[in-house]
Design a protein. Structure first.
Length: 160
């Protein structure tokens, strides 16, 4: 009887094991969808986190590009204003120059007249001085004086 009971116990244990195993499998299948959903939620949270980081990076790049575009537009606008101002200044200078050309010609003629009068006056003064104080040409003394002056200047420049 003991053998029969032992054999029955083993069969009962095997049956219980099979029943518990089938119940566990049924529970796992029943809750498998929930476990998969939790796993998917975790994966989706990670993906959302990565997407948010990517969106922030793109926003920063977009903002930087917008700032650069605005800066270039401002520089272009400033150049346009400067070009208009330069054109106005050039037009004003052109008008001034066209009015100043006849005056320039008159000034050149007056300068030529003054120069020729100055040359004439110098010649007249030198002739009168020559008549009052006759000067003999002493070329040797002038050359010697010039040579000494040249030597002094060379020494000065070498020491400086």
């Amino acid at each position: 009887m003991k053998l029969k009971n032992l054999q029955e116990c083993i069969l009962d244990a095997e049956n219980t094991q099979a029943r518990v195993e089938s119940q566990i499998n049924a529970l796992l299948e029943k809750h498998n969808k929930q476990l998969e959903a939790r796993r998917e939620v975790g994966e989706l949270k990670e993906r959302l986190k990565d997407l948010r980081k990517a969106v922030n990076v793109e926003k920063r790049q977009c903002d930087a590009a917008q700032r650069q575009t605005d800066s270039r537009q401002a520089a272009t606008d400033k150049r346009r204003v400067d070009i208009v101002a330069g054109q106005a200044a050039q037009d004003a200078a052109s008008v001034h120059l066209s009015g100043a050309r006849p005056q320039l010609e008159q000034s050149k003629q007056a300068l030529d007249a003054i120069l020729s009068a100055t040359i004439y006056q110098r010649k007249r003064i030198l002739d009168e001085l020559q008549n009052i104080y006759p000067i003999e040409h002493v070329r040797i003394i002038l050359v010697t004086w010039f040579f000494k002056l040249t030597i002094v200047l060379e020494r000065y420049w070498r020491t400086s």
